[in-house]
Ligand binder design. Sequence first.
Ligand SMILES: Cc1cc2nc3c(=O)[nH]c(=O)nc-3n(C[C@H](O)[C@H](O)[C@H](O)COP(=O)(O)OP(=O)(O)OC[C@H]3O[C@@H](n4cnc5c(N)ncnc54)[C@H](O)[C@@H]3O)c2cc1C
Length: 328
Amino acid sequence: MENLENAILEIKEKLPGLKLLENEPMSAHSSFRIGGPARALAVPSDVMGFSKLCAIMRDHHVAPFLLGNGSNILFPDEGLPDLLLVSTEKMQKIFSLPDGAIYAEAGVSLSRLAAFACEQGLTGLEFASGIPGTVGGGLRMNAGAYGGEMKDVAESVVYYYLPEQALYEIPNANCQFGYRSSIFQKSAGMAILSAVFRLQPGNRDEITAKMRELNEKRRDKQPLDLPSAGSAFRRPEGHFAAALIDQAGLKGYTVGGAQVSEKHAGFVVNRGGATSKDVYDLMMHVRNAVYEKFQVELTPEIVILPPDYKLVDDTPAPKRNHIDVNDQ
Ligand SMILES: Cc1cc2nc3c(=O)[nH]c(=O)nc-3n(C[C@H](O)[C@H](O)[C@H](O)COP(=O)(O)OP(=O)(O)OC[C@H]3O[C@@H](n4cnc5c(N)ncnc54)[C@H](O)[C@@H]3O)c2cc1C
């Protein structure tokens, strides 16, 4: 905790222009609308500001937690008094490169990226137009829908490697993209800053029509009127999580304010006032009930914080005072 407080003091002193929100309620930054206050949330205005911030944190052995659009995270009710989050919200540059590829910074929303590609008459990103995440969060998770994934369109990714305070660019082939996974999940301390996307020439009207069709499908099938974090569980091999949950009779199952969506059993929704414990307990119940009935193990797709809070045991591990980049 002392390291974090010293880092915050130095950040305030050395980076007075940086937007630094202290004791910020994470419910305001989560698509679930759940989460108590984090000790601090820093919003650097560009990559340079990001690097300066990380250098100070590194000096104090404090690792940041990257925040995109918060559409895939469950923050704890009790808050994160020992965490400094760094938001990519202001890292919003997007433009066409001379060879026709698209450059986008980590904070660009996937819907903006898809719309920009359409404006350029480029096809391949239609699948992403309804995913409520950012380029950074989407690449980390290899987000996908309707047969498309980030791995199909990302040519290369630039990331900041926190332990070394160095920038690296890696080609798609080295990103270890898999089903909802990438090297950025496997190696701690890799902060995605930007990416280049390679797409195919297409017809603007057809691209627009495809995006409209996919977004209508989404509205039809998903509970977009209620806060959620998308699919709660990953697709188990050979099965669909939503179908198993439905067949286990859990559609509409409720714990406090959290509910297995009546519209789409793969979603856990916040029906109003849900706590992270409600969501967690509900997910535990679903996981156990599905296992009992089908002997299929569901694992969460949602990032559950704090990092030691695992969905395999309902006793949360003790919180650490800080996350030391050297520990990870
Ligand atoms: C209604 C709804 C529908 C959804 N539909 C889909 C769907 O069709 N397909 C799908 O794949 N997902 C879907 N999702 C889930 C979510 O939108 C995606 O996983 C998205 O990629 C998360 O991006 P984000 O920017 O919100 O990440 P966040 O939720 O902010 O962060 C998620 C993880 O990524 C890390 N992260 C964020 N930014 C960076 C960065 N720059 N560098 C390194 N790590 C970073 C965070 O630390 C965290 O661990 C849906 C969610 C909702 C609420």
